[in-house]
Write a protein that binds this ligand. Sequence first.
Ligand code: ARG
Ligand code: ZN
Length: 879
Amino acid sequence: MRTETGQVYKLKDYKPTDFVVERIDLTFELDPSETKVVSRVILHRREGVAADAALVFDGDELTLDSVQLDGNDIDPSLFDVDEESLTIRGLPESAPFEITVNTTLSPDTNTKLMGLYRTNGVYCTQCEAEGFRRITYFYDRPDVLAVYTVTIIAAKDDAKYLLSNGNFLGSGNYDEGRHFAAWFDPHPKPSYLFALVGGDLGLVEDTFTTMSGKEVALKIYVEHGKEGRAGYAMDALKRSMKWDEEVFGREYDLDIFQLVAVSDFNMGAMENKGLNVFNDKYVLADPETATDADYANIEAIIAHEYFHNWTGNRITCRDWFQLCLKEGLTVYRDHAFSADQRSAAVKRIAEIRLLKAHQFPEDAGPLAHPVRPETYKEINNFYTATVYEKGSEVVRMIRTILGADDFRKGMDLYFERHDGDASTIEDFLACFAEASGRDLKQFALWYSQAGTPSVSVSTDWNEAAKSFKVTLEQSLAPTPGQSRKALMHIPLAYGLILPDGSEFNGQPQGGEAGNGVFHLTKRKQTFSFTDVPGRPVLSINRGFSAPVNIAMEQSADDLAHIARHDSDGVSRWQALNEQAMRHLVAVSKLARDGRKLPAAKELAKILVDTAADESLEPAFRAQALALPAESDIAREIGSNIDPDAIHTAREAVLSEIATAGLAVFSKLADRAPTGPYSPAAEDAGLRALAGTALAYASIAEAEPVRAKAAFDASNNMTAMTQALQILVHQFPGSDEAEAALAAFKSRFAGDALALDKWYAIQAMAPGAGTSARVEALLESPDFDRKNPNRMRALIGSFSAGNPTGFNAPDGAGYRLLAREVIDIDKRNPQLAARLLTAMRSWRSFEPRRQKLARQALVSIREAGKLSPDVGDIIERMLA
Ligand code: ARG
Ligand code: ZN
């Protein structure tokens, strides 16, 4: 095992393979414990490669039965097998040759959920990043593109459907109840996009006609009995296909598009060519079991995986360092899609919240890494918020800098020039530089420098001269492995809001500042505006145009002016959020010192006014009323954190807002849509506002009665979980909370996805007592520790979503996580490593908790044989 001494992979060491793969034919004979795999690969030696160079294929936990060259067994003296490779010597100098590799696998005992495994009796694969090497020996790397032919043989009663990538070639029967199916994928692809599924599943079908008039068969496979929950996913798929044609000119390129929902899956979903495999959480939905957030996630992830067909599959990555080339870009595309399907401002607000909640702490802690990392030990640990979400923000900045037209030109050029390639970030950026004539060298630092830049902003108004100056200064703190940073190109969208609420349109001197964007490229720059009619208020980083921290002294009055008048909805929310954050940080510090907490009159007034403002979208009002989370406040405070003080402070502020607005909130709480449930954004917005209002009203009344009535009356999962969460979090242990928990559990017994919500709500109940509850739930007989969704719902929600419970002052939360991580690591290292990252900010806590957290981390390090996944995270977190 590679742990602390493990191999380090480096971007600068990239080298193409010695042999070129022409095609690969795979035959699978499926069996739960003895699946036979035959792989025939046609290769030739790359020009210029020495005649005695050996062929080295990757492999992991494989049983090799035999290996042949052009149909003849290879002499044992000419090949070697070790833990991670198969090496073959004495191969032809220039002529193409065929290598046949025979392996045996046991899908039933594959608990890592990488390679070929079984989930609820269904055979299924996950190959990204390095799972194909767990199926057969091969060049398991993204720059080896090959055309695949796949034949699958199985007992009919074991696997009714036999699926793989590409177009269907044919199927037939063998004797003894066995059958086969064959698939051909004409598009050369890397091994990580290979997929196979075999099983008895329910099927939902539809068709889509592409822009050039080709009909594509659409098939979604789900567990029997769940066909009725696949309709929204199908609808989202068709909308995604249409959108990619309209917005990016991208057409689908096979006769068939298939999607399979499975219940054991390490991630969200996987974009295998023509055969996407999904975590069923991101496919299955009906009003009774799925919330509005679930519907929105399904829409986004269906779109994400579909969009990968061009950004990821047709153009893939040269090596895993370039992961953001497909992920950041595809997240950018799914964000743009969702914004078009819903309220763009509300969608953007949710993105900003998520980025700050997940990516900013990553960038500020021991796991910080560039959007394009330059070294890694375990690639699975780099499917991170930085690669995905910050990677998307970087693409968004390219669009901000270039403008919509040149951005589209650059994308077109990228698709045209690199179709069929395994590309790099340099290739990608060159397309935008060429399409726009802009130099993107300094901008490219966003890919190589880790950390969140800070920009301090100061303004100067000269009443006599009617001039206004904005001074911007950037800095970037050191991150692991990067002690010195270069100056970045930071595009900051801005507006100057005049006293009457209108916007000043004059152009400044002092640097590039077209289209309402300051281009900060030096350490410090001053932009000067003249002939400004009255003192303006600066609205900066509008729409979060750059993923940076802004440090600016802005008065509460100025923030309120922005919140009232900014033409951009996202900026209005930013101003409200900033005002709330300042107050919460100040109150938290006082609570920490045991001081009397000040009133929040102004904040309460502006929030209650916003709640009552019928001219604003309900979804926007709900976002405005959602105070920064305890973890957001902790991030803002940055060090020496006491989560209990933050909790106390936030509760006090909530209570003051609730009391001030009780009349408004009790009215809004009853304003959820009444007709049949629709997941559309408008209704979802009304439900979000009603749920938020219900929470505030319940705080003000200090009574569970209203929430219990809402729970009993609810006829959709959104309303039901809103009420349940209020009961369990605000009135823990009350008869109402316990009755609602029991009712929920018995109603959804047997529905794993619905029960995950039940686990998560309990795991996130604030307070030191929750770890005991989590322990009890873990031990309950119907809790399936092997299922990743269950573990994320209980352990993940507790450790990443419960600041006071997980960081309980006695360290019980940390010990619980450490024990579970050690245990999970034996079965499923990827899941273990992912859960462990909840502790990445451990050094920002006060000394006592820090000490307990360190003890827990050290206990993992000392636990014996760790996977490379957990070993790598532990090593970086303790460094
Ligand atoms: N490419 C997939 C997606 O984002 C994720 C695969 C993650 N794989 C992994 N082993 N971590 O759509
Ligand atoms: Zn992706």
